[in-house]
Each structure stands twice: as structure tokens, then as C-alpha cells.
Design a binder for this molecule. Structure first.
Ligand code: PAF
Length: 281
């Protein structure tokens, strides 16, 4: 695996491959890689010739400095994992390589960035679009892969691609779960054994909604899911919402595409999860 810290060197390397007709696939990450990330790399391998992964803990998407500070950074382990799944290129820049100074600009992608996660983490998706825009400019991927785990992030990035007419195709890949249902996340390592057990209530509530789903019962199911979560001690619910999967507005009678999304703090760790809901034909 080639490892670049400098954007110019990466660009030079990739432009040669592009000129030879390579299809570049790209998996942006913040490291602390788990099977969810590795499945994105494996999917990227199916879709193109050269797989690029970036590891960059982006400071502008953290609104809590403590959260940024304690974000895990096991870079040597990450490199081993990427090599095991045959990633071709790692881009692992410093903050100074990505940001000229205290940059104040952001992209305005409209209301989507202020809903759900955006309400609880103001500015978070502005930081995400800022860094992903920069990364797309450096890597110039044909296809970029993102996990469904942050469903809102997928919609936000797709909106940015559409508004700016960026020449990249976005692929959303399914959430990877532990055998007991917990969605894989870099933050799971912060959970104590008890918290980890409590955190299972999130996928339990999502599965409950999925198993009982009918569009006529959205409000009731939402209330039942909230009750399931509130019943678990040590779990502090931020939101549980059954939303329109296209725009994340609360689902209504015109909604065709439903998604249930949840965020909660378990112990000291904030977790998100979601599930796509199918209507039985
Ligand atoms: O999902 C993430 O890990 C980050 O938000 C991303 C897309 C790498 C941007 O920093």
C-alpha cells in the first residue's frame, strides 16, 4: 500500500493512474477502522481499479473539543488492517496539510444540515462538507463510498454533489453490526461492558419498528420505540424519528421511503444508528 501525507504527492501519483484509465474509488474515514470501514474498502475494490482510503480526524466537524481530543487514533493498527484488505493508497495528512489556518468558510447545502444530528451538533455537517469537498478535490475519485451508519451524512454529501455538480458517484454501503445487533462504530471502544450491553437497546428499538412497520402507525411506533429506549437506564435519548428517507422530514402520508433514525448517549458515549423501513407489498 502506498502511503501519502502530502496532497501534491498523492495528486501526482493518482493523476498518472487516471491518465492510464484507472477508475479511482475512495473511502474517506477518520480512522479507528473496524469491519464497517473494511467492508467499504472491499466494496470499493469491486467498483474500480485503485482504492484510496483517507484517514483524517477532521477538527472542523467536532463541536466539542473534548470529543476531538479523545477520538481514537490507532494509526499503526489501521495501516495493518488496510493492508489486509488490499487497499492501494492511504492518504493520512496532518491538519496543516488540509487547512491553511483558521478557515471560516463553509458550504451552504440548505436545511438538511440543520435537522436531527445537525440540531444536536450545530456546524457538524458544515465541517463534514468542508473536509469532504477538499478531499474530493485532492483525490478526484470516480466513486466515493460512505456507510449508511451516518445516513444523514450520506444525504448531506449527495446534496453537496448535486448542488456543486461534482463529477463523483456516491455509493451508500450497509451498516455492519456485531452479532448481538450493535452497529459498528469507532466510538464503541469507549463503552464500558455495562454501557455496551445497554447500547443494544438502540438496535432493539429499531428492529421493533422494522418488524411492526406500517405507514399508518408511524406516530405510535415512534412513541413505542422511545418508550423502549427510555426504559433502559443509563441511556439518554437525543431523538428517535421515523423520517422521510429522501429529506429527513418527519414521515407523512406522502412518504414512500421511510427510515428510522436514533441518537443517544450511553454512559459518556454518543451513538447513532438507523434502519431502512420497507412497506410490505
Ligand atoms: O464519516 C466520517 O468518518 C467522517 O465524517 C468523514 C466522512 C470521513 C469526514 O471527515
Amino acid at each position: 500500500m502506498k502511503n501519502f501525507a502530502k496532497k501534491d504527492e498523492l495528486q501526482q501519483y493518482l493523476s498518472g493512474l487516471k491518465a492510464d484509465g484507472a477508475v479511482i474509488t475512495f473511502v474517506p474515514t477518520m480512522g479507528a477502522l473496524h469491519q464497517g470501514h473494511l467492508s467499504l474498502i472491499q466494496q470499493a475494490r469491486q467498483l474500480g481499479n485503485i482504492v484510496v482510503c483517507s484517514i483524517f480526524v477532521n477538527p472542523t466537524q467536532f463541536n466539542d473539543p473534548k470529543d476531538l481530543e479523545k477520538y481514537p487514533r490507532p494509526i499503526q493498527d489501521d495501516i495493518k488492517k488496510l493492508e489486509q484488505v488490499n487497499c492501494d493508497v492511504l492518504f493520512n495528512p496532518d491538519v496543516t496539510e488540509m487547512y491553511a489556518g483558521n478557515e471560516k468558510w463553509h458550504l451552504d447545502i440548505g436545511e438538511l444540515e440543520g435537522l436531527l444530528e445537525g440540531k444536536f451538533r450545530p456546524g457538524h455537517y458544515q465541517g463534514v462538507t468542508q473536509v469532504v469537498y477538499k478531499l474530493f478535490n485532492i483525490v478526484k475519485p470516480d466513486i466515493a463510498l460512505f456507510g449508511q451508519k451516518d445516513y444523514q451524512q450520506v444525504l448531506v454529501i449527495q446534496k453537496m454533489i448535486d448542488l456543486l455538480q461534482l463529477p463523483v458517484k456516491l455509493e451508500m454501503c450497509p451498516i455492519m453490526r456485531e452479532p448481538d445487533g450493535l452497529a459498528m462504530s469507532s466510538r464503541n471502544i469507549h463503552l464500558t461492558a455495562d454501557d455496551r450491553q445497554r447500547a443494544l437497546v438502540l438496535s432493539k428499538a429499531l428492529n421493533y419498528v422494522k418488524d411492526h412497520f406500517s405507514p399508518e402507525q408511524v406516530d405510535q411506533l415512534q412513541q413505542e420505540a422511545i418508550a423502549i429506549i427510555n426504559n433502559e437506564s443509563g441511556v439518554n435519548l437525543a431523538y428517535f424519528e421515523i423520517a422521510d428517507g429522501n429529506n429527513l422530514h418527519p414521515a407523512n402520508k406522502n412518504t414512500k421511503n421511510f427510515v428510522a433514525l436514533v441518537a443517544a448517549t450511553v454512559g459518556k458515549t454518543r451513538l447513532i444508528d438507523n434502519m431502512l423501513l420497507k412497506i410490505d407489498e
